[in-house]
Design a protein around this ligand. Structure first.
Ligand code: SAH
Length: 227
């Protein structure tokens, strides 16, 4: 039953091992400090507490999972965050990733389309005192126009292709970190960078496995209820 500092040690090791793909053997100290300060056990179901600091994904109900800690660290690191940033996270699930982001930036907006998860994540944020996280219940396939543009966008579920709206909602200089690919297969973790002239470049970082980002754009009572 590993503790939180063993989880951080494992993340460091995995970062070294993944360096041939990611091009970097280290996660920044700022990101590791944020990970060390968020109690992952508070985001994990009570019957899985003994696994809370394992470096693996865990079920959170409704067929969804809380991501593997190393992947949370890597995605956060790839966003290259600053204290003044406003960040959108699509696929908030338990709220764990949003809590990690909240320690590094000014404001986090999290979108979750399963209402039960959105409600429990919102309550959990309040209980744990993450005051700069707002959990929005709704379809995040096309981002969240209401608070756009964002300095950074993190998507914790995989679409088959990157939704154009997410790139549009990035500020110049902004980054989008997103897994792209088909459900059930290995997907590619990608980083889209919008430069100061608005031009977009993309690089592929690592093969990953995420739950699908549902395209609910056609019929979406959840997001209408929310707007
Ligand atoms: N970041 C989460 C991981 C959750 S898994 C955590 O730290 O716990 C991905 C989540 O994306 C699931 O909860 C799923 O319900 C949600 N999701 C899938 N498609 C979505 C969509 N179109 N809009 C918003 N959330 C979506």
């Amino acid at each position: 039953m590993p503790n939180i500092s063993e989880m951080i040690a494992t993340i460091k090791l995995e970062a070294k091992g993944a360096a041939p793909w990611t091009g970097s053997a280290e996660i920044s100290p700022r990101v590791l400090a944020a990970m060390a300060a968020v109690p992952r056990h508070a985001f994990v179901p009570s019957n899985l507490q003994y696994s809370a600091y394992d470096n693996g994904p865990l079920p959170i109900g409704h067929g969804q999972t809380i991501s593997q800690p190393y992947i949370v660290a890597l995605m956060t690191d790839l966003l290259d965050l600053h204290e003044t940033d406003t960040v959108l996270e699509v696929g908030t699930g338990s709220g764990y990733q949003a809590a990690v982001l909240s320690r590094l930036v000014r404001q986090v907006y999290g979108m979750e389309n399963i209402s039960a998860l959105a409600i429990s994540a919102r309550r959990r944020m309040q209980r744990l005192g993450y005051e700069n996280v707002e959990v929005v219940w709704g379809n995040g396939f096309n981002g969240l126009q209401q608070f756009a543009p964002y300095d950074a966008i993190l998507v914790a579920a995989a679409p088959q292709q990157v939704p154009e709206a997410l790139i549009q909602q990035l500020k110049p200089g902004g980054r989008l970190v997103i897994p792209v690919g088909n459900p059930g297969y290995s997907q590619d973790l990608k980083v889209f960078l919008k430069d100061n002239r608005g031009e977009v470049s993309v690089k592929t970082v690592l093969p990953v496995a995420f739950v699908p980002l549902l395209d609910l754009t056609m019929a979406d009572p959840a997001s209408q209820a929310n707007s």
